[in-house]
Each structure stands twice: as C-alpha cells, then as structure tokens.
Design a protein around this ligand. Structure first.
Ligand SMILES: NC(=O)c1ccc[n+]([C@@H]2O[C@H](COP(=O)([O-])OP(=O)(O)OC[C@H]3O[C@@H](n4cnc5c(N)ncnc54)[C@H](OP(=O)(O)O)[C@@H]3O)[C@@H](O)[C@H]2O)c1
Length: 282
C-alpha cells in the first residue's frame, strides 16, 4: 500500500485551480485526507462545496475567471499573500488544473469560445506559474499541470482542446528539466476520459464517459500523487491509457491524426453543437 502521508509530508501549502469540481476537488479531498496539516488556496469561478467541514476550514477560495488576465493577476496576488501568511510552513504544491474543452468542427465553433479556451488552458497556466515561481523557488515546491491523453496526438473535432493539452505536455516537460537543478519537479498529468463534469460541460450529452471507458477522479489523483513522490515528469493514469500514449508516440503524426479522427467521429464528437463549448459552468 502506497504511503501517501509520508510522501506528502514535505508539502503543507497547496495552491490549486479548478477545485470546485472533478479532478481539482478530488485533489483537495485526497491531499487533505493524507496530510492533516495542509492548507489550500483555490482559484476558480465557483467555490468548492460539499467538502468535509474540517477541510473547508483549511481552504481559502479566491473567486477568479482564469480566462481574464486582470482577474488572474489579482487572484495570483491573493495566492501569494496566502502563501506568505503560511510562510512558517514548508514546500508549496501548485496544481494547475482548471481547463475546459469543446467538441465539434472548428469551422462551426465560436471564435470567442476557442480563444477563451487558450486563455484558461494555456495562458492561465503560464501566468500563474510565472507569478508563483519565485515563492516556490524560495520555499521549495512542486508543480502539477493537468494536461490530457489528448495532448499526445492531434484530436480532430476537439482540435483546439487537444492542441492546448499538447502545449501543456511539452511545456511541462521542458520546465521539468529547467527546474530540476532547483529541486522543483514539474509533472504533466495526462488523464484519459475521467468521470467528471467535463463532457457534460462541452455539450456532449451521450455517455462517452461510462464505467468501461473512464477512470474515477480518485484513481487519477492517486496516480498523480504517486508520480509526485517519485518525481515523475509524465503521469498517464491507467494501463490502457499508457498503451495508447505509447503507441501514438510510435506512429507517424499524420497517420495518428487520421486514426484519431476516425475514433472521435465514431463517438459522434463531430456532431456536437459547439455553441455549448467554452461556456464552462458560469
Ligand atoms: N474529465 C476528463 O475526461 C479529462 C481528461 C483529461 C484531462 N482533463 C483535464 O482535467 C482538468 C479538470 O477537469 P475535470 O475533468 O475535473 O472537469 P470539470 O469537473 O469540468 O472541472 C473543471 C474545473 O476547471 C475550472 N474552470 C473552468 N473554466 C474556468 C475559468 N474560466 N476560470 C477558472 N476555473 C475554470 C472549473 O471551475 P469553475 O467552473 O468553478 O470556474 C472546474 O473546477 C481540466 O484541465 C481538463 O482539461 C479532463
């Protein structure tokens, strides 16, 4: 049995984005359980709800639309003040988890929604990491960037989403190397389909994420935390997903795109009305 408590002992402050649901909320719940001293600063539009009271007491929520550069800067300032107030504590864990996707043909998509996706999934991660990095370098820390299995190949009918995650995957790997001498591991967490609000939010009503094809957010987060303890630069939770990531890495990229297009078309992602995309929950 993996000893999460021991592995997480060096961290007592976590800054997380998107802790209001799914993977982000599960990170808070599992970290709080494994590390009773840990305090949390969450950045998202909605506040996390339904967590045990003992956890909510250790959680500060900063309301923020990470797609808006001004709000982002303000929220990052709040997060830094939070870290400094807890400055007697040790290493800082930064989890860049907020993100959303959209399905459908790019030619049918609203440009504003696609650009917002770049803001949240890419610019938001860069911005927050850049602003918090001096604190991590001073106190020690680690970074988890929630990318996706979609980042390993082009994803027709989710073209922009897959590309944002490919960016995160490569950027995280590069940062892992740059920050290695400073003792700050950077992990690209690359889940496959996971049972969260994600697909409903992109307007995909069908059960693409049923029990057979998806993992629970708990399994995803546990894999990430085991990877963190081992200093892994990439974590792909689930053996099926790992096989897929390995195989796509070996195929010519053009062939990968063709095959991915066929698979995603089978799930009728090409027929999702992109109007719902990019709206998130707000
Ligand atoms: N579920 C999957 O199948 C899957 C697979 C691979 C990767 N992922 C990635 O996992 C991460 C978490 O997604 P999830 O599956 O847990 O889906 P989710 O339940 O929809 O959670 C998404 C989180 O992102 C936050 N978010 C979205 N837009 C935001 C904005 N403009 N500003 C601030 N926060 C925003 C949401 O918070 P608010 O709405 O409160 O702002 C929410 O907490 C995402 O990066 C996603 O791309 C998911």
């Amino acid at each position: 049995m993996f000893d999460y408590e021991n592995a997480l002992a060096p961290f007592t402050v976590t800054v997380v984005t998107g802790g209001s649901s799914g993977v982000g909320k599960t990170f808070i719940a599992l970290l709080a359980e494994a590390s009773p001293r840990m305090v949390f600063c969450n950045l998202s539009r909605r506040a996390p709800t339904g967590l045990p009271e003992t956890v909510e007491r250790r959680l500060a929520h900063v309301e923020c639309d990470l797609g808006k550069p001004d709000m982002r800067a303000e929220a990052a300032g709040e997060a830094i003040r939070f870290i400094r107030r807890a400055s007697n504590r040790t290493r800082i864990l930064l989890i860049n988890n907020s993100g959303f996707g959209s399905c459908g043909n790019f030619s049918d998509a609203e440009l504003a929604g696609q650009l917002d996706m770049l803001q949240v999934n890419v610019a938001g991660v860069l911005d927050l990491t850049s602003r918090l990095l001096p604190e991590l370098r001073e106190r020690g820390g680690a970074i988890i960037n929630v990318a996706s299995l979609a980042g390993f190949q082009p994803t027709p009918y989710m073209a922009t989403y897959g590309a944002t995650k490919a960016f995160l995957l490569n950027w995280s790997l590069a940062l892992h190397e740059e920050l290695r001498p400073h003792g700050i591991p950077v992990q690209a967490l690359c889940p496959g389909p996971t049972a969260t609000e994600f697909f409903r939010r992109v307007g995909y009503a069908e059960r693409v994420v049923d029990g057979r094809h998806s993992m629970t957010p708990e399994a995803v987060v546990r894999a990430s935390l085991r990877g963190l303890a081992r200093g892994r630069a990439i974590v792909v939770p689930g053996w099926r997903n790992r096989v897929l990531a390995t195989v796509t890495g070996m195929l010519p990229r053009v062939l990968c795109a063709r095959l991915a297009g066929r698979v995603l078309a089978r799930y009728r992602l090409s027929q999702v009305r992109p109007a719902a995309a990019g709206k998130g929950a707000a």
